[in-house]
Design a protein around this ligand. Structure first.
Ligand code: HEM
Length: 312
C-alpha cells in the first residue's frame, strides 16, 4: 500500500487550521499567526502528556503492581517530564512577540484565554487534587477516573514495612512500632523539632500507613526490592517539579508581554499565574522530605532478607 507522509500525518487538514476568528489565514498578521501556531503546538503537547499520564496511572492502578511493570511507568513519566521541559523553552518563541505587537490584535481575543483550555484541566485532573499550603484548591470534579495521585497512594499503602504487608494480621502492630521507632530516632537528631514528624506520621494520633511507607522507602533506599519504588517516587517528584517550572516560566513570559495588566480570561494576570506555581499535588511526597533523617540515625531494619539482602 502506498501512503505519503502528508496523508499519514493529515497535514493538508492540519495546516488549514491556523485561521483564528477570521476563518481566513490570509487576513491574519504574521504576529497573530505566530500566536496561534504556538498555542496549537502546546495543545498538541498537552494531548501527548494526557495520554502518557493515563498510561502511568493505569500501570499503578493494578490491584497488584508487578515490580517488572515499574520501569514502564517511569518511562511514560520521563516522556512527560521532557515534554514539560521542552514546553518551558517554548515560551521563548512566544516572547519574540513584543508587547505592542500583541496589543495590535489582543482586543480580538475578547475573553478567550488559556484559562479555558480543556486539555489543561484534564491534565491537571489526571495528576490529582491541587493543594496550597495544606489547603485544597478549587472544586473537585469527579469524572469517575482515578488520578495519578490516588493510584500512587493505594500502591504506596501496600508497601512492605519492616517486612510486613497489610494482609498480615500483625501489620498494624509492626507499622505502629516502626513509626514509634522512627519518631524516637528523629527526636534524637532533632530534639527541639519533632512536631512536624509526629503530625506527618500520626495525623489525628492515628498511624498513616502511606506516609510510613514513604518514610520507609526514602530511608532504606539502598534495598534491592525498594529500588524501583524509590525511582517511581523520585520521578513523580521530578514530574511535578517540571510542571511547576513550566507554570512559572509562563508567568515570566506573560509579565514580559503584558506587564501587570489583567488577563483576557479576567484573572489578575501575573499575580494569578504566580499563585498557580504554589500548587502541589503530590503533597506527601514533598512533605516527607522535611522529616527525613541521616542514615546512621535510622532505626534498625527488620527482616532485611525480605527486601533482597541475605541478612547481616
Ligand atoms: C502572549 C502570550 C500569552 C499571554 C499574554 C498569556 C496570558 C495569560 C494570563 C494572563 C493567564 C491567566 C488567566 C487570564 O486571566 O487570562 C493565562 C492563563 C493560561 N495560559 Fe496563557 N498567555 C499566553 C500564552 C499562552 C500559551 C501559548 C499557552 C499554551 C497553551 C497558554 C496557556 C495558558 C493556560 C493553560 C492558562 C491557565 C493556567 C491556570 O489556570 O493554571 N498561554 N495566560
Amino acid at each position: 500500500m502506498s501512503r505519503t507522509y502528508g496523508e499519514y500525518l493529515r497535514l493538508e487538514e492540519l495546516l488549514k487550521l491556523q485561521t483564528g476568528f477570521m476563518k481566513d489565514e490570509s487576513k491574519l498578521s504574521n504576529d497573530e499567526l505566530h500566536f496561534i501556531l504556538v498555542h496549537q503546538n502546546f495543545e498538541l503537547w498537552f494531548k501527548l502528556i494526557i495520554n502518557e499520564l493515563k498510561c502511568t496511572r493505569d500501570i499503578l492502578a493494578a490491584e497488584y503492581v508487578e515490580e517488572s511493570n515499574l520501569p514502564q511507568a517511569v518511562h511514560h513519566m520521563r516522556r512527560v517530564i521532557e515534554t514539560f521541559r521542552l514546553m518551558s523553552q517554548q515560551w521563548k518563541v512566544m516572547e519574540t512577540l513584543e508587547p505592542q505587537e500583541f496589543l495590535n490584535f489582543r482586543d480580538e481575543l475578547g475573553t478567550a484565554s488559556g484559562f479555558e483550555s480543556i486539555q489543561m484541566r484534564v491534565l491537571e485532573g489526571m495528576m490529582g487534587k491541587k493543594w496550597i499550603d495544606g489547603k485544597p484548591v478549587g472544586q473537585e470534579k469527579d469524572n469517575g477516573e482515578k488520578s495519578l495521585y490516588e493510584v500512587t497512594c493505594s500502591w504506596l499503602e501496600r508497601t512492605p514495612i519492616q517486612g510486613s504487608t497489610p494482609d498480615s494480621n500483625k501489620d498494624l502492630e509492626v507499622v505502629n512500632n516502626f513509626i514509634e521507632d522512627y519518631l524516637k530516632s528523629h527526636k534524637k537528631v532533632y530534639p527541639d523539632n519533632n512536631k512536624e514528624a509526629i503530625d506527618f506520621l500520626k495525623p489525628n494520633n492515628e498511624s498513616n500507613r502511606i506516609r510510613a511507607a514513604l518514610v520507609f522507602i526514602e530511608s532504606y533506599r539502598e534495598l534491592p526490592l525498594l529500588s524501583w519504588p524509590r525511582k517511581v517516587i523520585s520521578t513523580l517528584i521530578e514530574l511535578e517539579q517540571a510542571m511547576v517550572l513550566w507554570r512559572s516560566s509562563h508567568a515570566r513570559m506573560v509579565e514580559r508581554i503584558i506587564g501587570r495588566r489583567v488577563g483576557t480570561g479576567g484573572s489578575s494576570g501575573v499575580d494569578y499565574l504566580d499563585m498557580t506555581t504554589k500548587y502541589r499535588v503530590f503533597i506527601d511526597l514533598w512533605m516527607v522530605r522535611s522529616i527525613l533523617i541521616k542514615k546512621v540515625a535510622l532505626p534498625k531494619l527488620k527482616n532485611p532478607e525480605f527486601y533482597g539482602f541475605k541478612g547481616d
